[in-house]
Design a protein around this ligand. Structure first.
Ligand SMILES: Nc1ncnc2c1ncn2[C@@H]1O[C@H](COP(=O)(O)OP(=O)(O)OP(=O)(O)O)[C@@H](O)[C@H]1O
Ligand SMILES: [Mg+2]
Length: 248
């Protein structure tokens, strides 16, 4: 590749667990502001790929660059967060005893101490950012609600909001709609779509109707490698993809 103009470059990544290759020469790229959807059967390596990007798992070989100057394989997990990569895990980790607003306030502080953060006065600029994020995630009316009374979908959106407080350039989202109602799924599609452009996103999801509703470009992983790439119609009609999913 000549021009290094992508947000994320993964090239020839291999990760082995006891000789088993969870990633096998995986290469993929994400453009600035793009939302890339990743699908693939269980065990395809989707979560492992996110683990490599976030520094949780180190590959045996290959490269991972964030933009053209940040070598992710040389950074620690906190350094990767600080560089602008936010990751949403499947299980929400919002603080149940704190309000929605306080959860966002805490996320603003990153790793700083819990009590210190809540006692400190936030600036009007920070207050404004929290208001903005509340609007984006659709929880303005729930700002004073405790985390524990939120519906499953609302917790997931709050957690996305908590990531947004750090203003990450790249957001990694693993199975965001698992366990959601149809209405929550629709709302999540709108939310993620609204984030693209401003942020790059990598979204892993098994729910094909959801992926179809948000995806422009879809990458299909199987046995640790990319087996197809393109728009949803293209990959769903791909013979290898059909074989992997349907045993055709
Ligand atoms: N820490 C680990 N130790 C050993 N094997 C692992 C480890 N993490 C993942 N694996 C294996 O690597 C393969 C890829 O797992 P991974 O979780 O990345 O798949 P996935 O595509 O996210 O699947 P799913 O759709 O079920 O979430 C699987 O066979 C899994 O059992
Ligand atoms: Mg997974």
């Amino acid at each position: 590749m000549s021009a290094r103009d992508k947000r994320l470059y993964l090239e020839d990544l291999t990760v082995s667990f006891d000789g088993f290759k969870a990633l096998n020469q995986l290469s993929l790229y994400v453009d600035p502001g793009e939302m890339l959807c990743i699908i693939g059967p269980n065990g395809a390596g989707k979560t492992t790929m996110m683990d490599v990007i976030t520094g949780k798992t180190r590959p045996d070989s290959g490269t991972a660059w964030f933009g053209d100057s940040i070598d992710l394989l040389r950074l620690s997990e906190p350094q990767i967060v600080a560089a602008g990569i936010g990751r949403k895990f499947q299980k929400p980790t919002v603080f149940e005893q704190l309000t929605v607003f306080e959860n966002l306030e805490l996320a603003l502080a990153g790793g700083r101490s819990f009590l210190k953060t809540l006692r400190a006065r936030i600036t009007s600029e920070q207050h404004q950012r929290i208001d903005e994020v509340l609007e984006i995630i659709g929880l303005s009316d729930q700002r004073q609600s405790l985390g524990r009374i939120l519906a499953h979908g609302q917790k997931q959106w709050l957690e996305i909001g908590m990531l947004l407080m750090q203003n990450p350039e790249l957001l990694l989202v693993d199975e965001p709609v698992a366990g959601m109602t149809p209405h929550e799924i629709e709302r999540t599609a709108e939310l993620l779509t609204s984030l693209a452009g401003e942020h790059s996103l990598v979204v892993v999801e098994h729910d094909m109707a959801f992926v179809r509703s948000i995806a422009k470009r879809v990458t299909v992983l199987h046995e640790g490698s990319v087996i197809a790439e393109g728009n949803m119609d293209k990959v769903q009609n791909d013979p290898r993809v059909r074989e992997v999913y349907l045993g055709e």
